[in-house]
Design a protein around this ligand. Structure first.
Ligand SMILES: [Zn+2]
Length: 615
């Protein structure tokens, strides 16, 4: 619950927000630590109760409010405790030191102590967690899981230019310049690539306003206090530039790609990345369902990022293949969607009239396996991976596991593998593990005349054996996307057997009779539904999900979080959701996760597209 903080934009756990003062303060924000004692700064620390009595603390708060009104977040008086203090002692002390205030307030988060309404929560003792990735993440997830989702999180005494982007990636809204200033006083020069002792440097690798006018020799010759002031100013400039860069990356949806590289500067940051990927539930629920920009897969951690793991999980849990009995496996192509690439064009031509009898699945790293019907769906058509022709052991293990899971669940009479190299190695591993025979059709080069002819012959021979079911590729595609997006069973409701698919690929539209049900959005490869489409889901007894229940009003334009009564836990930012209430039925795009809609008191929950009066 918060009244003075609002999240405006999200990308995963990272977010851009604002503190709602007459002149709004944008987050992620860097507190000038020295200003914490100044009531005229956006955030004021009412101080430690080790030093003053509760009465004095109350008097201090009254004075601050008198001076600046509600234009500063007051961090309520607290007793600073180290992380080693046992929980029961923490609870006792917290009970004894409760001081309240009206207006915007911040509180110290204490595990085990009840969370109260606040605009900001402080992760106490964060500074002592530098270097300890496991403990840091545990504390952070504890804190995030306890407070309302639209509470600003302040991490004191930890931020540096090297770790700032990672902290933002993990969901921190407010940091301070303590470390940057202290480093400056010790002749430590900070960069995003790490810190250097001034003595060990030959040049100044920066052109900020502090560094540009001087040489390193001039800097060394300065009196200590001036030198400290200048290096601190540079450190602070680096910190600000990095926070601005992180905000830009949030806006363009590629902060993850940045931190996958940036985290290499300090081992504990790389550990944070890996450990945060193992916290799949925390990270995934905040990760948008689709982005229109490219997803770069250039590191070994690209394989464990939430988008990739979610895609593989949904193939396992939500996807139902068409009823084909003949599976054809292909390698991926650099060009996406695959079917417009040169190699896939040749495959498709070779299959010719037999194509309607086979089901096509593409093997790829890092996504695992991609059924042809989902080749447009994020991130299948959006990733760009490093291509060297060499696959490392982890990639082979991961893609084999995806293929093995798939073939354990879905049975085919024939598995044709038209691929080479590591792809073939993967097929051989799975073939042996499951005792399934694979028919290999490539003879050295998947695009050679010989290989393509062999593919065609193999498939035509199989088809000649007996009668096989035919695919309805356009219906299959729309159905698979619906299942992927809304969960198993949704596909058959939105795209029943008598549905017609209109408009050319990839702008397919689903019609039942004269009524339009859904449209594919080509840049994301997901469906947008009409109210008629939503009714097909909401009227079904077998299906429930992706619903946002609202109070008895008719919303217009956007649905704000306070109007949400309940929301499905599966809803992710960017999801297509149905709105139901006693007065309205509608459809729109979720701007936050379902959990966040319920827990937030500010912000746009759903961007509405169609709303009608409920009948
Ligand atoms: Zn500089």
């Amino acid at each position: 619950m918060t009244s003075y903080f609002e999240v405006e934009q999200r990308d995963g756990a990272a977010r851009i927000g604002k503190i709602l003062f007459p002149t709004p303060v944008r987050t992620p924000y860097i507190i000038d630590t020295a200003s914490l004692n100044d009531a005229h700064s956006p955030i004021t620390d009412a101080g430690s109760i080790w030093n003053i009595s509760i009465e004095e603390a109350e008097e201090r708060i009254r004075k601050i409010r008198e001076e600046v009104g509600d234009e500063t977040i007051i961090i309520l008086p607290h007793q600073d405790l180290t992380l080693e203090v046992p929980e029961d002692v923490v609870m006792k002390i917290s009970e004894r030191t409760e001081v309240e205030s009206t207006g915007p307030i911040g509180r110290i988060f204490r595990k085990g102590v009840d969370v109260k309404k606040a605009d900001l929560y402080v992760m106490e003792g964060a500074g002592s967690l530098e270097g300890n990735a496991r403990k840091f993440l545990e504390r952070l997830i504890d804190l995030k899981g306890s407070v309302a989702p639209d509470t600003a999180i302040y991490l004191p005494n930890l931020c540096t230019p090297a770790n700032a982007a990672m902290l933002v990636y993990l969901g921190i809204d407010i940091v301070d310049d303590t470390k940057a200033i202290i480093a400056g006083c010790s002749d430590i020069y900070m960069t995003t690539a790490g810190k250097y002792f001034l003595d060990s440097m030959t040049e100044l690798p920066c052109r900020c306003e502090a560094c540009a006018p001087i040489t390193i020799e001039e800097l060394r010759a300065m009196p200590k206090a001036d030198r400290a002031e200048l290096i601190s100013r540079h450190n602070r400039n680096m910190l600000e530039a990095e926070i601005v860069l992180a905000r830009e990356r949030i806006r363009s949806g590629n902060l993850r790609e940045y931190i996958e590289g940036q985290c290499r500067t300090e081992p504990w940051l790389a550990a944070l990345l890996r450990l945060s990927d193992t916290q799949y539930d925390y990270m995934e629920k905040q990760t948008p369902i689709a982005r229109s920009n490219q997803m770069l897969a250039t590191t070994s951690e690209s394989m464990t990022r939430p988008e990739v793991v979610r895609f593989a999980k949904r193939i396992q849990e939500r996807y139902t293949p068409p009823e084909s009995e003949i599976l054809v496996l292909f390698p991926c192509s650099a060009k996406k969607p695959y079917s417009i690439s040169n190699s896939h064009n040749k495959f498709i031509k070779s299959l010719g009239k037999y194509r309607k009898f086979v089901h096509e699945v593409i093997l790829t790293s890092p996504l695992g396996i991609i059924p042809r019907e989902l080749e447009m769906t994020y991130p299948a058509a959006h990733y760009d991976a490093v291509v060297t022709g060499y696959w490392d052991a982890e990639e082979i293990k991961w893609v084999s596991a995806c293929l093995r899971d798939y073939l354990s669940k879905h049975k085919y009479s024939h598995v044709v593998a038209h691929l080479e190299g590591a792809y073939r190695e993967i097929c051989e591993i799975v073939s042996e593990q499951l005792s399934i025979e694979f028919i290999y059709t490539s003879t050295g080069n998947v695009s050679s005349y010989d290989s393509l002819d062999n593919l065609k012959k193999t498939v035509s021979d199989i088809v000649a054996e007996r009668e096989y079911k035919q695919n309805r590729s356009r219906i299959d595609m729309m159905r698979s996307i619906a299942d992927y997006q809304f969960g198993p069973g949704a596909g058959k409701l939105i795209v029943p057997d008598d549905a017609k698919i209109k408009a050319p690929f990839p702008k397919h539209q689903v019609f039942i009779g004269k009524e339009q049900i859904a449209t594919m959005i080509p840049q994301y490869g997901i469906l947008a539904l009409t109210v008629a489409g939503i009714r097909l889901l909401s009227n079904s007894e077998e299906y429930s999900g992706y619903t946002v229940t609202i109070d008895d009003f008719l919303p217009r334009g956007s649905l704000l979080a306070p109007g949400v009564v309940a929301a499905d836990k599966n809803i992710r930012p960017g999801d297509e959701v149905m709105i139901t209430g006693s007065k309205a039925i509608g459809v729109g795009r979720a701007m936050m996760s379902g959990e966040e809609m319920v827990g937030s008191s500010r912000g746009v929950a759903v961007d509405l597209r169609h709303v009608k009066k409920a009948d």
